[in-house]
Each structure stands twice: as structure tokens, then as C-alpha cells.
Design a protein around this ligand. Structure first.
Ligand code: GLN
Length: 387
């Protein structure tokens, strides 16, 4: 189409979101797009009624409701060990997705290189391309998805500007350790790079793993753009409330982009989400407990059915090897959604197709386990019955 921008030729619409549409068309259980099928805490829904009574219908300042920014600053300090001034170092965005987009667009000049750990969450690549940057892929190790120092260092060039770290990681559920984060931190400091972290699953973490924020590592305070949000922690993915924190100069650029992209996140929901700060520690423990049970159930059942799923330490996805079924990812995901009534995401959506490795990701599909236990049980029943 001659009228469309050429940058659009290099990427396609999100396969994750496409699979949600296929789930609807096929009346399938949606284990593709990561979103809960249960209600958020009642304090949050009550927060909407309260905000309605307060007539919160107009724009907030573009950076977001100040009280909310203050609460986020407290949380960043306590949970992430990051100091950010609510005045000029925090911005509330339309989901973590917009925080990521605004940050990349604010930093990248045409030709700048962005290091992306592969497999990756879909959004990073199209936004880099829209900014006319060049995504440079750093393969995580096979099977364990660990970060190897040599693999990342060999990808640095004099055009490298930004590295993106997503922990806990989508699609694998890998949680990056402090030694892996130190590799990135040393590299950023040695080569004057900026890091963008996507920490949206920071509260969904299992076993004895701990969430580490790259921005809390000494020397990274002023070179890390920390992104998180409320969607996953409070089961409100449709509210589109995320945020970004960074030192003020970077933030002034990010704010310019954010302002023209979206003006502000929905004011009524910004007000309502303030209620999340009233929730006690037990809320966070119960959330982890729920997802831990889901993880253990789905992992066990899928492996019984000849999938070979990586055990995630965080987030709510299972990245499952499907080699034993003799089908490629897309064919298999289509078969699951049409014939079994279960939607998943084909593995190639998380990999760049490369000439020397054209088959990357074809041996995987991603299952989300962000649903009620009953939903997961029904999905397994469907797969079992018809396999
Ligand atoms: N993070 C979710 C996933 O990977 C989707 C987020 C979105 O669609 N904005 O499924």
C-alpha cells in the first residue's frame, strides 16, 4: 500500500492479540494473551465508584495524578530500591506498553542499535523499528534461557545505545539473577549505554527467587529506565495503567513523547488505582500462591501430555517445547485453537526470523496460566480428550 509508512513493512500486527481474536472466533479457552479471567480485588472496583462520585472525568496533568506518582515513588523505594522523585522522575502511562514505546521513541535516533534478549516480548521490536532504530538480537542460552556474557558483548558496536531487560521474562518466565544483571550493568557503564527494564511481572515470582531491579544496582541509577505497571499485579490489564521512572533528563524526553502520544492515562482509573496501596502484604502473597498452584498444575499436566515445558520462576507463562507432536508452532497453535478449543501463542512470535536460523521458535508454543484453576483444568481436559 503506497500510502503507508515503509517502517510498517518490517513488522506485523501482534500475534498475541491475533490469537485472542482467534480464541473468540473459535469459542476457545484463551491461554494466549496474558490476562486473568477473574475479578480484580474489590478495593479497586470500589475505587472506580468512589472516583466517579468525585467527578474525575477530565485530563490529569500529562505526567499523571501527583498523589499516585508519590505512592509509586514510595513503592519504588521500598520494593525496588530505586529512588525517583515524583515531581520529575516518574510518569504514569497507558500501560507498560506505552511506557516502553515512549522511552524507545525518546531515545532512539535512526540507525541506533537496541540490544534485545531473544526470545523477547513482542512490543520491543516494532517500536524500535518505528523509531528507525535497529534491533540487535542477543540469544539466551537454549533450554535454560540464561544470559551469557560473551553473547551480549559480541553484539555491542559503536551504534549501540539501549539494552532492554525484561525480568521476570515473557515468554519464558526466567528470572534474571544478580550475576546476569551485573553483566548488563557493567556493560552499560563501560560503553555508556542506557538500559530499559520491563518489570511488569515483578510481583509474580516463585520458589526462592527474588526480583532484582537493574536500576538499584550501583552505577545504574542514572542509566536505567524502569518500567512497570498495575495490570498484572492487580489483574486489571484493561485499565491500561503503567508507569516509567528514570533520572530527570531522560524523563524530560520520555514525557515529551508521552504527552503527544496519549496526553495522559485515564484519570478516573488513576484515581481508582490509588486503592491498590491500601492492600496488605497478604494480597501479594495470595497472588503468588494462586499463580504458583497454576504453574505447578499446568507444568505437570502438559509434561504428562508430551510437551516439554520450561519451569518458569516468574511471570505467568509456560514456554512449552512441542517437538514431540511433529508440527511447527503455527500449525500446532492453529490445531489447538480450532480442534481443541484452546488458544496459545506460537513460539516464532518471540523470535526474529533470521537467514542463518530460519526455524527459531518453531518448536514452542506459549501457554498463559493467568486464569482460574477451573479454566486451566478445562483446557487440559480439552487437550487430553482430543489429542
Ligand atoms: N503481556 C501480555 C502477553 O504477553 C500482553 C500484553 C498486551 O497485549 N498488551 O500476553
Amino acid at each position: 500500500m503506497k500510502h503507508l509508512a515503509t517502517s510498517l513493512e518490517y513488522f506485523q500486527e501482534s500475534v498475541i492479540r491475533e490469537m485472542t481474536r482467534k480464541a473468540i472466533e473459535n469459542d476457545a479457552i484463551n491461554l494466549s494473551q496474558g490476562m486473568p479471567d477473574f475479578s480484580p480485588p474489590k478495593e479497586l472496583t470500589q475505587g472506580i465508584s468512589r472516583a466517579l462520585k468525585q467527578d474525575e472525568h477530565q485530563y490529569t496533568v500529562t505526567y499523571g495524578n501527583y498523589d499516585l506518582r508519590e505512592k509509586i515513588a514510595e513503592k519504588l523505594s521500598l520494593y525496588n530500591h530505586i529512588t525517583a522523585d515524583p515531581e520529575d522522575e516518574i510518569t504514569i502511562t497507558c500501560g507498560a506498553s506505552e511506557a516502553i514505546a515512549s522511552s524507545i521513541l525518546a531515545l532512539i535516533n535512526p540507525g541506533d542499535e537496541v540490544l534485545i534478549l531473544e526470545p523477547w516480548y513482542e512490543n520491543y521490536v516494532p517500536i524500535t523499528l518505528l523509531a528507525q532504530g535497529k534491533p540487535v538480537f542477543v540469544g539466551l542460552s537454549e533450554d535454560t534461557f540464561n544470559l551469557n556474557e560473551e553473547s551480549i558483548k559480541e553484539k555491542i558496536s559503536d551504534k549501540t545505545k539501549l539494552v532492554i531487560l525484561n525480568t521476570p521474562h515473557n515468554p519464558t518466565g526466567k528470572v534474571f539473577t544478580s550475576s546476569e544483571q551485573n553483566i548488563i550493568s557493567d556493560m552499560c557503564q563501560d560503553h555508556d549505554l542506557i538500559a530499559l527494564t520491563d518489570e511488569i511481572y515483578e510481583h509474580i515470582i516463585y520458589d526462592d527467587e527474588k526480583h532484582i531491579s537493574l536500576g538499584s544496582i550501583s552505577g545504574m541509577e542514572d542509566r536505567t529506565i524502569t518500567v512497570s505497571g498495575f495490570s498484572k499485579t492487580f489483574s486489571i490489564t484493561g485499565w491500561r495503567l503503567g508507569y516509567v521512572a528514570s533520572e530527570k533528563e531522560l524523563m524530560s524526553g520520555i514525557r515529551k513523547v508521552h504527552d503527544y502520544l496519549t496526553v495522559c492515562a485515564p484519570s478516573i482509573l488513576q484515581k481508582a488505582v490509588m486503592q491498590s496501596f491500601q492492600l496488605q502484604q497478604t494480597y501479594f502473597e495470595e497472588l503468588k500462591e494462586r499463580y504458583l498452584k497454576n504453574r505447578n498444575f499446568l507444568l505437570k499436566e502438559l509434561n504428562k501430555l508430551d510437551f516439554n515445558a520450561f519451569k518458569p520462576s516468574g511471570a505467568y507463562y509456560l514456554f512449552a517445547d512441542i517437538s514431540s507432536f511433529g508440527m511447527k508452532d503455527k500449525e500446532f497453535a492453529d490445531f489447538l485453537v480450532r480442534d481443541k478449543g484452546v488458544a496459545t501463542v506460537p513460539g516464532t512470535s518471540f523470535y526474529q526470523k533470521q537467514e542463518d536460523r530460519p526455524n527459531q521458535g518453531q518448536q514452542y508454543v506459549r501457554f498463559s496460566f493467568s486464569q482460574k484453576m477451573n479454566t486451566l483444568q478445562e483446557a487440559i481436559k480439552r487437550i487430553k480428550e482430543r489429542i
